[in-house]
Design a protein around this ligand. Structure first.
Ligand code: CP3
Length: 353
């Protein structure tokens, strides 16, 4: 299959903390329900059908690239797809998220999980990536869920407010926790590697809910697995993005895992995030997705402030602090991309360009 030359590498350059012509931008959940054409496709196909059908998956992945002018594409899939391939049945319930009929609670449940070989379990995902690599002239981001976030769905059986079962297993059955996290870390490594071999130019680990942990719990029960994952994935020589929500207190530890780009939510100003992570990693974020419903002049001012802080140090990718909300206006997203690309630093001595 044909491999395209990337005409726009500014996303990869920023991830590597190199100079860029303008600040790169993409949005978490950039393919989704805010787009009427996506909603139309969803009338005829389930989310998991789209993930399983390479032509459709590639089409949906490219929709925001064409409509918004973003600098990176992200594979259309879900963090639960490889969990299904490990033998745990799940559904994705509208406005709820992943739901698992038989959550994992015992040693036997964990032992029953199948080892994960991407080319056997998810060949269609790798086909989608190859199709996209032939079509796209901007980088494609592959992704997986973080072991903690995946474990939380597997153990709770669905979304959770307090992660009671998960945290209980973590502290009262550290042996089970270790076995489960090791299996998930192996999956993340194998899946990440397969995605890069198929053509993904960067990987993002979505550890959306890891911010529910204390710093101590993160260090003891999650960080060793993340460190192993990024140590292995670093050999692929692609940018590795580590993202979670509510992770302000964890950012320093995030930077020590071996990830090369740290995703930041909107609660922490980028200047403070930078102070916590040091200068050896790039930053990605952190426009509050709720602020996309603000008047345009408020949006522009917020974007300007974020860009001033982000570009103060080399290595910055503009993004939201979490995913695009389904009721967001497509025109506002397009405007935000233009604003980011048109940005010139306002303050003397600021800006990396
Ligand atoms: O454009 C992209 O960002 C790529 C596609 C993508 C999806 N899920 C498709 C999807 C990505 C990167 C994900 C990751 C994902 N899935 C995460 C991590 C990111 C985050 O938001 O924190 C999580 C926690 C999940 C689990 C999950 N899947 C949730 C919480 C939901 C939302 C449920 C709802 O209806 O609001 C899903 C469903 C899902 N995955 C949608 C999309 C576009 C919703 C739209 C639909 O059902 O068509």
């Amino acid at each position: 299959m044909e491999i395209r030359t990337l005409v726009n590498e500014r996303f990869l350059q920023a991830c590597r903390r190199q100079q860029t012509d303008v600040t790169p931008v993409w949005f978490m959940r950039q393919a989704g329900r805010y787009d009427p054409d996506y909603r139309k496709i969803r009338e005829r196909h389930s989310l998991l059908d789209i993930c399983a059908e390479p032509e459709l998956c590639a089409e949906v992945t490219m929709m925001p690239v064409r409509k918004l002018g973003v600098d990176a594409a992200i594979l259309f899939s879900d963090i639960m797809v490889p969990v299904g391939a490990m033998g745990l049945e799940f559904t994705i319930r509208e406005n709820v998220g992943p739901v698992i009929a038989q959550p994992i609670r015992t040693k036997q449940d964990i032992e029953n999980l199948r080892p994960f070989t991407p080319s056997e379990a998810l060949p269609h995902v790798l086909t989608s990536i190859r199709l996209l690599r032939a079509e796209l002239d901007i980088p494609l981001i592959g992704f997986t869920g973080g072991p903690f976030t995946l474990a939380s769905y597997m153990i709770e059986g669905g979304p959770s407010r307090d992660y009671l079962h998960t945290k209980t297993m973590m502290v009262s059955r550290p042996d089970l926790w270790q076995t489960l996290m090791d299996k998930l870390a192996d999956m993340v490594i194998h899946y990440g590697r397969a995605q890069v071999e198929a053509g993904a130019a960067a990987l993002q680990v979505f550890d959306s809910w890891v911010g529910s942990l204390s710093v101590d719990a993160f260090r003891k029960s999650v960080k060793p697995f993340m460190t192993r994952i990024f140590h292995e994935l670093r050999k692929l020589d692609v940018p590795l993005i580590y993202f979670g929500v509510n992770t302000g207190e964890l950012l320093g530890d995030f930077a020590e895992t071996g990830a090369s780009v740290i995703g930041v939510d909107w609660r922490v100003p980028l200047s403070r995030a930078r102070a916590r992570v040091g200068n050896q990693v790039a930053l990605q974020g952190n426009f509050d997705p709720a602020m996309l419903f603000a008047p345009i002049d408020v949006i522009d001012k917020l974007a300007q402030d974020i860009l001033d802080e982000g570009t103060a140090t080399p290595g910055y990718v503009f993004n939201l602090g979490h995913g695009v909300k389904p009721s967001t206006d497509l025109g506002v997203l397009r405007h935000l991309v233009e604003t980011v690309h048109a940005y010139t630093p306002t303050q003397t001595g600021q800006g990396a360009r």
